[in-house]
Structures are given as C-alpha cells and as structure tokens.
Ligand binder design. Structure first.
Ligand code: FE2
Ligand code: FE2
Length: 471
C-alpha cells in the first residue's frame, strides 16, 4: 500500500474520498504545526536533518532517508494493511467480524483509550525539546529528532482515529491534545511519567529504553483490538517504535561501554575525575526510569482493564497467538502483594489482572537489555552488574504505592527510606554532575567523552556522516 504524497496530508487511507474528514484534518494541521514550532526541538527548526519518512507500510522498504527541515516533515496517516477476514480475537465478541466503525456501547471507552495513548506522543516531544542543545554527537542529534518527528506522527495517528470515528467529541479531543503541556500545573499531560522532565541525555536514553518500551506494550495490546482502524494504526506505529527503543538500548550501552573504557584506562579513583558516568550512577537512573515506567501499566487489579478485555477493545500481548480460550472466564493469574514484611503471589481472576500480565511481559523484555549491558561490563573484565530494581520499589500506583521498599525488595520504614533514597535514585549531586557533562559536540564523527561511538551509522552511512547540517 503506497502512501500518497501528492496530498496536503500524506496518507494511505484514501483521504481524498472523504471530504468531511479531509477538511477536519486540514483544519487541525496548522494547529499541529504551531504546536510543533512552539514545543518541538528548540533551536533546530531551520536545520536540515537526515530523517527517514515512510513511503509504504509493508514490512520491507518503508523507509526513505533524506535531508529535511523538521517543520517540513511529511506527517501523515499510515495504517498497516488490512487483514482479510479479520475477527475480534478475544472477549465476549470473539468470532465477530472486526469492527470498522466504533460500536455505540464502547464509544466513550474507546475515545478515552485513544486520547490517553495520543497524549503521550506530544508529551514526549515536549519533554525532550531542549536536548538538542547538548547533543553528544551529530549522530545522536539526528536520532533524537527522528524520535521526535515520529512521536509527532503518532499524534497524527490518534487524531485521525478521533476525527474519523468520533465526530465532534473527537475533534474537541484532537484540539485538547495540542493544549495540554508536559509538566504544566494547570494543564498537565494525562499520565505521570509524561510530566517528568527529561533533563539530560542519560535520561533520554533511559526514557527511550524504558518508557518507549511501555509504549510498545500498550500499542501491541491495542494492535489486538477488535476496532480494526485502531489495530491497523498501532501495528504501523510499532514499526516506528522499534527505532526509539534501539536508540535507548544502544545509547545506554554506549554510556556503559565508555564508563568501562575509562575505568580500565585510569584503574583507580573516581570516574567523575575523568568525565565518565559511573556505573552506580547509571544504576540509579535505571531504578528511577524503570519504576516510573512500570507505573504506566496501572493497578495490578483493574475492572477497567477487565472491561477493555471483555469488550474486545484491548487484548493481551500477542493475544492472537496465545493458546487459551481468549475469554478468561475461569482463569486465574498470580499477582504480587505485600504480605507482612515481604511479598507473596496471590491468584486472582485473570480478567482483572490483565494489566499485571502486560507488566510481567514488559519486565521480562526490559531484562534483555540489561543482560546486553552487563555483557559489555563483563567483557571488559569489570566486576559489576546492573539490575532491575524490585517491582515494588518507588511505586506511585497499585499495590505498592507509597510502601517504602529497597531496590532489592526489602520493606523498610519511612525513616530508612529518607536516609537512603539518594543511594537508590538519582541524587541532586548525580543530576548536577550529569548535567555538567552535557556540552554539545557537533563536529562530524566526534563523540562526547562520556559516551562511546555507535557500532555503525544510520542507513549504512558512516559514523562521521553529516547527520544534521548545522551551518
Ligand atoms: Fe509513540
Ligand atoms: Fe516512541
């Protein structure tokens, strides 16, 4: 399915055949551009960036690379190809043909799901808008902007659904998505993690590793939706999301690698004296970003989540491939709870525990990156292991909210938490030190001292390719 770029809004949904929808989106487009100019990457809007744009939505060869100024990026509406004969794969409507229109009974629920998803995309652009000014290399600068324009496109994907399927309410929600602001006291973004700052590049790499990965799991469970346009939107978004997580995994990996190199070079003393980021500091960033990201999955037991599942709106990860009845009427699922001074698993109706199951899938996936980072450390002959903190550590939502727990999973009292949390979460001294390293490096091929070069360039270009033309 080729994308039509001759239109004001590039798309593969035959927008030209639906004048009402086309007008609604064309009216929203300048507002989006204003938002991008105001809240997008600051200081680089006039620069040429080597970016990829989708040319078709099939698995191979959808990417086209070229220089483009970000405000001229061709944001558009790209849905994965329809699957002939697709059905609702789970819940009480299992076996019905997938819905091409929103069923009346699920209208407000689906709108809420789409708005909550769509709110995260512009939020992350806002969180990252100043990072370009302290980029560790041109390569990284380009990757940041690639992530940013694609998050902008994810907003388009959700706004398309709102405009195409939710009438006037949908249009109002589309406007509101451009009005909320990350971290704003009066008009904050919907979810907590998207109101946190992304103050430095280590935080950016952690965010793209841990928080974009939450996005992957949310999108994957929405890709199972019985509402077919949502499913097709999310399926294509997932292909873009993969690059964001690559940026995070390889970014943290390069910081770890550089830390190891500097430790070997100067085999004693504080890495801070040599401009590296110590491994224990990296661990504290992991503790923070992992804990705020697992909050995004919501409460362990949730009637909302059960209703989304029963209604066929939001499935489990890989739903269609799971080998069970896809109804979860009698099934149970183990959920961790605090018990005395420790934790225990308690079986609960699986239907109420779908959030927890998705979080379990996510945690397992997170561990894979840590294994790769630990391999870098082990290959350097250094005795240190990065770990995911216990899932009860530093939580704000669910069973463990506000229970003080160490990263190892020991329940403590408030005084012990107060006395020790600086060892477990980035301290203000950590933040000050990391921010002291954040000086821009923009010479072709050069890297900041605190990060190793990537293994290879983007789209088979050299590492010293001019990924962003600054002059
Ligand atoms: Fe996204
Ligand atoms: Fe993303």
């Amino acid at each position: 399915m080729a994308i039509d770029y001759n239109q004001q809004i590039p798309n593969n949904v035959s927008l030209a055949d639906n004048r009402r929808l086309q007008r609604a989106l064309e009216a929203w487009q300048p507002k989006f551009r204003n938002w991008w100019t105001e809240m997008g990457p600051e200081g680089f809007q006039a620069k040429e960036v080597y970016l990829r744009t989708a040319v078709a939505v099939d698995a191979k060869g959808w990417a086209h690379f070229d220089y483009v100024k970000m405000p001229d990026y061709r944001w558009g509406i790209f849905l994965a190809e329809p699957e002939a004969g697709r059905q609702v794969n789970f819940g009480q409507h299992k076996g019905e043909p997938a819905w091409q229109e929103v069923p009346g009974e699920y209208r407000s629920t689906l709108r809420r799901i789409i708005v909550t998803q769509g709110d995260t995309d512009p939020a992350s652009v806002e969180q990252q808008r100043l990072l370009g000014q302290t980029c560790p290399s041109l390569y990284d600068l380009r990757n940041l902007f690639q992530v940013n324009v694609e998050e902008g496109r994810h907003l388009w994907a959700m706004v398309y659904l709102l405009d195409a399927h939710f009438g006037r309410d949908g249009r109002e929600e589309a406007e509101a998505l451009l009005e909320r602001r990350s971290g704003d006291v009066d008009k904050p973004r919907i979810l907590g993690a998207f109101n946190e700052q992304t103050p430095d590049w280590l935080a950016f790499f952690m965010f793209t590793y841990f928080t974009d990965r939450d996005g992957k799991y949310q999108l994957a469970s929405l890709a199972e939706s019985g509402f077919d346009p949502l499913s097709r939107s999310c399926r294509f978004m997932l292909t873009e999301e993969a690059h964001h997580m690559f940026v995070g995994e390889s970014g943290v990996g390069r910081v770890v690698q550089r830390a190891c190199e500097l430790m070997l070079e100067h085999d004693s003393g504080d890495l801070r004296d040599h401009g590296g980021i110590p491994l224990d500091l990296i661990q504290r960033y992991i503790n923070f970003h992992f804990s705020v990201s697992i909050d995004l999955f919501g409460s362990e037991l949730s009637t909302n989540a059960a209703n989304y599942f029963s209604g066929g709106l939001k499935g489990r990860f890989g739903e269609a491939k799971l080998d069970d009845d896809h109804l979860l009427r009698d099934a149970t699922y183990p959920v961790m709870e605090a018990y005395g001074k420790g934790f225990q698993n308690v079986e609960h109706p699986a239907l109420n525990a779908v959030n927890e199951r998705l979080r379990d899938n996510y945690v397992e996936d997170c561990q894979r990156g840590l294994n790769r980072w630990n391999k870098i450390i082990a290959d350097s002959g250094i005795d240190f292991e990065l770990r995911l903190p216990h899932r009860a550590f530093n939580r704000r939502i669910g069973n463990f909210a506000e229970i003080p727990v160490t990263p190892e999973g020991q329940i403590i009292d408030a005084a012990q938490w107060q006395a020790n949390h600086d060892k477990w979460l980035p301290s203000s001294a950590d933040r000050v030190y990391v921010s002291s390293l954040m000086a821009p490096v923009t010479e072709r091929g050069r890297m900041a001292n605190w990060i190793a070069a990537p293994a290879r360039g983007i789209n088979r270009q050299a590492i010293d390719f001019e990924y962003v033309k600054l002059n």
